[in-house]
Design a protein around this ligand. Sequence first.
Ligand code: DCP
Ligand code: MG
Length: 365
Amino acid sequence: EEKEEETCSFTVPNYACQRRTQLHHHNPSLSDALTLLAENAELNEDDGRAVAFRRAAAVLKALPAEVTSVSQLKGLPCLGEHSLRVIKDVLKDGSCSEVETTKHSQRFNALKVLTGIFGVGVKTADRWIRDGIFNLQQLRESQTTLNRAQQAGLDHYEDLNQPVTRADADSITEIVQEAVSSLFPGAQVTLTGGFRRGKMTGHDVDFLLTHPEEGREEGLMDKVVSWLDSQGLLLYQKTSRNSYLESRDGPGRPSSNMDRFERCFAIFKLSRGQTSPPAGHQWRAVRVDLVVTPISQFAFALLGWTGSKLFERELRRWAGHEKAMSLSSHALFDKTQVINTLFREINMWNCSNHTRSPVSEAIPE
Ligand code: DCP
Ligand code: MG
């Protein structure tokens, strides 16, 4: 009887957004191995493979006990041949040669260090590697021209690759809160991202700003950013405006991963007293994202910005495949109704112009 229990297999729902996943779980060595391969795939712009490894890692994180044999995984979703091979190796030898080779490869490490610079993506990092630049020292010594973001990223590399603590996040929340409520009474600040999920550390601090009256959020970002800047609290900032209505994937087509809210990518200068910078330092640099949303889209923005990235991706996939709905950080659409509305509009246009006979609706309501 005991033996049967030992080899008893697990079941988990198909989509990550249907599962409860704890930060601390039973299979860290397996999920770490798969996550490293996902990271490597991302650094090599192989998104399909990256998502497959991320999904496999997420399944292992959701299991109620430690896996001791691959036979327990029979019938679980998201575990492809490649992931199963990695799992089998780790269970048998404690490590997987593909993971070890990747972990020690020059290209993987160079890509990690270079994309670890704020403002540097995989394309830039890959170009630098082809130019013989593999680390920060080589980058500093080279004649490479950096843009403003990359220069700030390189200047504050140490700080920005140091985890942001909950205390840092709280200090920054206070600062942003103070700025917003003195400049825009009634406007609201909400901490999102990993800290909203209860994580104790993160790579940045994410905020949503809104105003309970639609339209009153206009001008909020400019004022807040100017105030923060005038107080000497910003080491870097770049603000992009809201482009939702004019975008190709605008209201009816929320397809792209990136949302289109007005957004500020900033690097805060957080002083001693506000938090605990490294010993001997008076302040530390912290990455902060500020996003402004009209109240009518706030719920979707809050859901979309709480993460994790895989959770959001899976929630959208579930909405699309299982509910025929389209979810973004801006809105939730019933796809059948959107299509029918389109057909109705075409018919109205055709009939009023007497050009064609009506087309039928695609999906009966
Ligand atoms: N997000 C998104 N699409 C974007 C930007 C963000 O879906 N273009 C969502 C998913 C993220 C959340 O917003 O979980 C915040 O982004 P972060 O990159 O800051 O991720 P986390 O806050 O989850 O992680 P960390 O703790 O490392 O900051
Ligand atoms: Mg974050």
